[in-house]
Design a binder for this molecule. Structure first.
Ligand SMILES: *Cc1c(COP(=O)(O)O)cnc(C)c1O
Length: 330
């Protein structure tokens, strides 16, 4: 995007495709397109790549030599951060919230192949993780290292700039296909993707609505988080916007019966439907649940007839191989 005058390092395969989904659209009776951010590259793709282009450019500019980041045991964000750091020749330390599993599958397998320095911390919340990170930063500094910390999901104002740019990329593709986007539907895990899209829509002066499907927190929490990150992002870009929690649309009805990080029955059904109609593979933690939300909202008549809906496919593919491996799928 022309207006984003921030340091940026090319890490992703961009633009990602914008594809119609004719069979799924016919089945659901509404026009669905996929924005293929599952194909951004960085060791099997996903939405964190766009954020990392800005975050790691900042790290390099500040002279960092070791990147620290954090996430769940099957974090796509830590896997992609690790891949980006390998590409840039930066050291990386991954702090994973949870128990060390007996086998390393999915994202962990990929991290192991990249010889990641993985440290498991089994604590209930990110508050404890943050104090562990603070200690680690102090220790690294005392060893004359220059650490740079990327918070969970890369969901800070600077990371969200990746999705301001992503929104511009999407609108350009839609314009070329002569299509107006009425809705953009995406999974919400830490809010940075939604925040960037919210800023992007306003900056591009479009009236597409961003529909977040929570896979984790209650909607009241995410409305606050997304508005705050979007405001930080607008401030970094020096654009005069005011984005309030009440402007943000989030649904929290699709987290599933077992909570964050666990496949849900409706999510698996949605994964199968999309695989069987379009040959597109969603994931059990994020995009499958977001698609379950989209399908349910279509059934409830939430979207006006004839609407064009873009489903942001945020990736997550590796977790499939960890979570659905022994599951009965029918
Ligand atoms: C992190 C992630 C999300 C959520 O994006 P946020 O910006 O954290 O809200 C969605 N899908 C996948 C596959 C992810 O890894």
């Amino acid at each position: 995007m022309n207006g984003l005058k921030l340091p940026r390092i090319k890490l992703c395969q961009l633009p990602t495709g914008l594809e119609p989904a004719p069979n799924l659209s016919k089945k659901l009776g509404i026009n669905i397109y996929f924005k293929r951010d599952d194909n951004t590259g960085l060791a099997i793709g996903g939405n964190k790549g766009r954020k990392l282009e800005f975050l790691l450019a900042d790290a390099v500019e500040k002279g960092a030599d070791v990147i620290i980041t954090t996430g769940g045991v099957q974090s796509n964000h830590t896997r992609m951060t690790c891949a980006a750091c390998r590409k840039l020749g930066l050291e990386v330390i991954l702090i994973l919230k949870g128990k060390r599993p007996a086998t390393f599958q999915g994202n962990l397998l990929l991290e192991r192949l990249m010889d990641a320095d993985i440290r498991f911390i089994d604590v209930p919340s990110y508050d404890e993780i943050n104090s562990a990170v603070d200690e680690l930063i102090d220790k690294l500094k005392s060893e004359d290292k220059r650490p740079y910390y990327i918070p969970v999901g890369g969901s800070v104002g600077l990371g969200a700039c990746g999705y301001v740019d992503g929104a511009f990329e999407l609108f350009k593709q839609a314009d070329m296909q002569d299509m107006d986007i009425d809705y953009i539907v995406n999974a919400v895990g830490s809010g940075g993707t939604s925040a960037g899209l919210e800023v992007g829509v306003r900056l591009a002066k479009k009236d597409s609505k961003i529909i977040g499907i929570s896979v984790d927190e209650e909607k009241s929490v995410f409305k606050q988080d997304i508005a705050r990150i979007a405001q930080d992002c607008a401030d970094i870009l020096k654009i005069d916007l005011s984005i309030l929690p009440q402007d943000i649309i989030v649904f929290d009805d699709y987290i599933g019966e077992h909570g964050y990080g666990k496949p849900s029955r409706k999510g698996i059904e949605a994964i199968k439907l999309v695989a069987q109609t379009e040959g597109i593979i969603l994931d059990p933690v994020y995009s499958g649940k977001a698609m379950a939300g989209l399908i349910d909202l279509v059934k409830k008549g939430y979207f006006e007839e004839g609407s064009n809906i873009v489903f942001m496919h945020t990736g997550g593919t590796p977790a499939l191989f960890d979570m659905l491996v022994d599951k009965k799928l029918d």
